[in-house]
Design a protein around this ligand. Structure first.
Ligand code: GAP
Length: 489
């Protein structure tokens, strides 16, 4: 309950301080779709940039691409998404109306709540989620029958068995066909990875890459998620940061191990607590996968997946070769010591690292959110809400706060702003009591605040206040920029 309260407090904070808003809120919102506000979009961009830089700048053998969201529909046939990327649904035999099982059960739970049976409703939802997580459709159907959940149209409980429902969104391309055929139909991509696979040879040839090498991409993905209720944890429109690393067959085991370690190191390099991380090795593997694991983080809603590392064999490239009838081979001129001859032509194996940007955002937000009880000089207490976001990811790095809006202080503040703003994002404010201003900066995670006062006019020193310790010290104004740069690099 305490952690659930904490989660609700984080969601409320994210809205109140301009991090995340419900999409189309004035129309009562759109389920599992969110907009990022002024500080949220900065934080999201900083996470994306940090990932991009650590992939494409810190590794000479990884290059980036920016593929389109729309892809040829055959892509998704080849990748297996048309046939296998699905969630459960159920039909009423009398009305012929089709329901997503979660919608049906949720609607029934709402009716129970309306009758004052909130506990029963919550229990039902919890059971449904357990059945869904275990792919136990027989158990779920039994639950629907036992609770006499009926169709809103026919009023009967005459249901089919539960069947799978594809998670991909479809849309029309160009003029809509009069006969409503699927000829112009395209999908909104459910993962960014396929944009990398279909460009494998374009990138390899144009960037003159030699195996082993990687292709990185960040971008939107869309899934018509069946259980989408945990704020930005599971969304219908979200962003992924994926990297496919192409390796020589036979070396995939070592590379899988390397990337599994490297990706956890990336998380820990942000100063995030190691004890809140764990690996979850998959026992049940997808048919093409050789090995797979999740990096899990302890969110307020428990340990959950934030990133996946998958050894995907040559499945995707082979499938695209078969469906496109275009060879997806690479010629490896390196000498194989076993034969003394070049390794020659092969379809590379792939190690994938795939992290959700929104999920990483939630990780940072929930890990940094703190309500601290402070004791004042007179013995009374006060609550300080602070986000101790890693400095390099913070939406604003420095708040410049002239003590008052007068007598030359604003000019000094603006001068410092001009000096720093091309190097990092600053926030300037010269009204309200300074204590109030500090608290507002704490609430949006600004690591440094400097106050400009009358002494600044005399000796060019400012008071710098550190967000996490709340300590303050007097330093020359000329040192501020470097101090912040050191902290964020
Ligand atoms: N290309 C592999 C792939 O897409 P995945 O495990 O389905 O693998 C990778 O997704 C990551 O994308 C997840 O670890 C998660 O962080 C993020 N993700 C997946 N579905 C999501 C959703 N509905 N909302 C937010 N993030 C999601």
């Amino acid at each position: 309950m305490a952690t659930e309260n904490n989660f609700q407090a984080i969601i409320a904070h994210a809205k109140e301080y301009g991090f995340v808003f419900q999409s189309s809120e004035i129309y009562d919102g759109l389920s599992a779709v969110y907009d990022y506000g002024p500080w949220g979009s900065e934080l999201k961009k900083n996470i994306r940039d940090f990932w991009w830089k650590s992939m494409t700048q810190m590794n000479e053998n990884i290059v980036g691409i920016d593929a389109a969201i729309f892809m040829h529909p055959t892509t998704w046939k080849a990748s297996g998404h048309v046939d296998n990327f699905s969630d459960p649904m159920i039909d009423n035999k009398d009305s012929k109306k089709r329901y997503r099982v979660d919608h049906l059960v949720e609607a029934f739970a709402d009716i129970l709540k309306g009758k004052g049976k909130a506990d029963e409703a919550d229990g039902l939802i919890a059971s449904m989620e357990k059945f869904l997580a275990a792919d136990d459709f027989v158990g779920l159907k039994k639950m629907i029958d036992e609770n006499k959940i009926s169709c809103s149209v026919s009023g009967t409980c005459n249901w089919t068995e539960i069947r799978q429902f594809n998670l991909m969104f479809k849309t029309e391309f160009g003029a809509v066909a009069a006969d409503n055929s699927d000829d112009n139909m395209v999908y909104l991509r459910p993962e960014t990875a396929q944009g990398i696979f279909v460009n494998f040879l374009n990138v390899q040839k144009t960037a003159r890459m030699k195996v082993p090498f990687g292709i990185a991409q960040t971008g939107k993905a869309f899934r018509n998620e069946i259980v989408a209720r945990q704020f930005i944890f599971r969304m219908r429109e979200f962003e992924q940061m994926e990297m496919q690393f192409f390796v020589r067959p036979g070396t995939e085991g070592e590379w899988y191990k390397t990337w599994k370690e490297e990706r956890l190191k990336w998380h820990l390099s942000l100063g995030l607590p190691a004890e809140k991380y764990r690996y979850h090795d998959h026992i049940k593997l997808a048919h093409y996968a050789k090995e797979a694991c999740d990096i899990e983080f302890e969110f307020p809603i428990g340990f959950k997946e934030v990133e996946g590392i998958h050894s995907r064999s040559d499945f995707d490239l082979k499938q695209h070769q078969e469906y496109s009838k275009k060879k997806q081979q690479y010629f490896d001129a390196d000498i194989d010591p076993a034969t003394g001859k070049p390794y020659g032509n092969y379809i590379p194996y792939v190690i994938e690292t795939s992290i959700g940007l929104d999920r990483m955002f939630l990780l940072i937000l929930s890990n940094s959110y703190q309500e601290q009880t402070l004791t004042k000089e007179d013995g009374s207490t006060d609550i300080r809400t602070v986000l101790n976001i890693p400095a390099k990811l913070a939406p604003n790095k420095l708040a410049i706060l002239p003590l008052m809006k007068k007598e030359g202080l604003t000019e000094i503040g603006k001068k410092l702003l001009d000096e720093c703003k091309s190097s990092f994002k600053c926030f300037y404010e010269d009204k309200d009591a300074i204590g109030k201003r500090y608290r507002r900066q704490d609430a949006i995670g600004t690591p440094f605040c400097v106050t400009i006062d009358f002494q600044t006019q005399e000796d060019n020193t400012v008071t710098i206040r550190y967000r996490d310790s709340m300590t303050q010290e007097r330093i020359p104004m000329s040192e501020v920029k470097n101090l912040v740069l050191n902290a964020i690099n």
